[in-house]
Design a protein around this ligand. Structure first.
Ligand code: FAD
Length: 299
C-alpha cells in the first residue's frame, strides 16, 4: 500500500519534505538526510517542485531514486505555474509509468526577481491541476492548505471556500507551516463547517535559524509569534541554543497537534535530519514502531 490517502485512512502518518539541491555540496547534504531519516520509517516523503524552473528535472530524478533505491514512499510536488497543459500531461504520464502514485498538486508562485514576462500557462489554480491529475491516472492527490489564509486571498472566507472545493476534488491536504496549534484547529473547524471530510496534515518547520524562518514566514503569511521571536533573539548569537529552543518549541507544537487529533505530521526538513530526528525521539516516535501505534498510545 503506497497511496498517501490509504496510509492516512489506516492511521496517523508522519512524512518528511525535501527540496532538490542546486549544488554538489547540497546534493550530498540531501543524500545524508535521506539516509539518516529512512530508519525512522516515515509514512511517505515528498520532494518540492521549483515553479521557477532550474531544479524541475531534479524533482523527478530524486522522486524516482527514492522509489527505486529506498524503502520510502515518495510523493512528487507539481505546480501549474511555469507549465502548459501538455507539459503537465507529459510529467504526470511519466510518473504514472514509473510507478509514482502520489502527487501534491499546487498552483506554485510565478518566479520573482525577474523582469521578463512569466511563461504562458494554461492553469491558474491548483484545483485545475487536481482535475488533470485525476484524468491522467489513479494517483493519490494532495493539495496545499494555509491555516492562516493564503497571502493572495482577499478574505479568510473566500480562502476557506476555495480550499474546501479543492479538498473535495483531492484526497488529502498538507498545510503550510505555522507556529500556533490554534491556527490549525480553527482551520479544521472552519473546513468541517463547510462539509470537508478529507484529512489535512499539519506541516511543521522546526526553527534552527531565526533569520531564515522569519523570511519564510513572511513569504508564506505565517505569523511568527513575538514571544517565540523574543526567546530566540535572546540567544541569537548561540546557534546551538537557537536550535535547542527550536526543537523544544516544535516538539510542544507537534504534541499539541497529535493530542488534539491531527491526522499526522509533515516535517519541513530543509534537507537536514537532526532537528527532525530529535523531535521524533522527543515524541516517542522512532524506528520499529509505526507512527500510528505511538500516536494511538498518546490518545
Ligand atoms: C505543503 C505545501 C507544499 C508546497 N510545495 C510547493 C512546491 O513544491 N513548489 C512551489 O512552487 N510551491 C509550493 N508550495 C507553495 C504554493 O505553491 C504557494 O503557496 C502558492 O502561492 C499557492 O499554491 P496553492 O496550491 O495553495 O494555490 P491555490 O489553491 O490555487 O490558491 C492560490 C490562491 O488563489 C485562491 N483561489 C483558489 N481558487 C480560486 C478561484 N477559483 N477563484 C479565485 N481565487 C481562487 C486561493 O484562495 C489562494 O488565495 C507549497 C505549499 C504548501 C502548503
Amino acid at each position: 500500500m503506497a497511496k498517501v490517502h490509504e496510509l492516512l485512512g489506516a492511521g496517523p502518518c508522519v512524512s518528511f519534505e525535501f527540496f532538490p539541491p542546486r549544488t554538489d555540496e547540497a546534493a550530498r547534504a540531501l543524500e545524508k538526510a535521506l539516509a539518516e531519516l529512512e530508519p525512522l520509517a516515515p509514512s511517505f516523503v515528498s520532494v518540492t517542485y521549483g515553479a521557477g524552473g532550474s531544479t524541475r528535472a531534479r524533482t523527478r530524478e530524486i522522486v524516482l531514486d527514492i522509489l527505486a533505491a529506498t524503502s520510502m514512499t515518495p510523493m512528487a510536488h507539481l505546480t501549474c505555474a511555469g507549465h502548459r497543459r501538455a507539459e503537465l500531461v507529459e510529467i504526470l504520464d511519466g510518473y504514472r509509468e514509473a510507478g509514482v502514485e502520489n502527487i501534491l498538486a499546487l498552483a506554485g508562485d510565478p518566479p520573482s526577481g525577474t523582469t521578463s514576462a512569466p511563461p504562458p500557462v494554461d492553469f491558474r489554480y491548483a484545483l485545475e491541476l487536481v482535475e488533470l491529475v485525476r484524468e491522467r491516472g489513479p494517483f493519490s492527490v494532495g493539495v496545499a492548505a494555509h491555516p492562516e489564509g493564503h497571502p493572495r486571498s482577499t478574505t479568510r472566507t473566500d480562502d476557506r471556500r476555495h480550499l474546501a472545493a479543492k479538498l473535495a476534488a483531492a484526497d488529502f491536504g498538507i498545510t503550510q507551516f505555522f507556529f500556533r496549534a490554534r491556527d490549525y484547529f480553527t482551520m479544521v473547524e472552519e473546513l468541517d463547517a463547510l462539509g470537508v471530510e478529507r484529512p489535512v496534515v499539519p506541516g511543521v518547520m522546526p526553527v534552527t535559524n531565526v533569520g531564515q524562518v522569519e523570511r519564510f514566514a513572511a513569504l508564506s503569511g505565517a505569523a511568527f509569534p513575538p514571544e517565540l521571536a523574543e526567546r530566540l533573539q535572546a540567544v541569537a548569537d548561540r546557534p546551538e541554543d537557537v536550535r535547542r529552543i527550536g526543537v523544544e518549541v516544535a516538539t510542544e507544537l507537534c504534541a499539541e497537534l497529535l493530542d488534539g487529533g491531527a491526522p499526522g505530521l509533515h516535517f519541513y526538513t530543509l534537507n537536514r535530519s537532526t532537528a527532525t530526528r530529535e523531535i521524533y525521539a522527543n515524541l516517542g516516535l522512532g524506528p520499529g514502531r509505526p507512527p500510528f501505534d505511538v500516536i494511538a498510545d498518546r490518545r
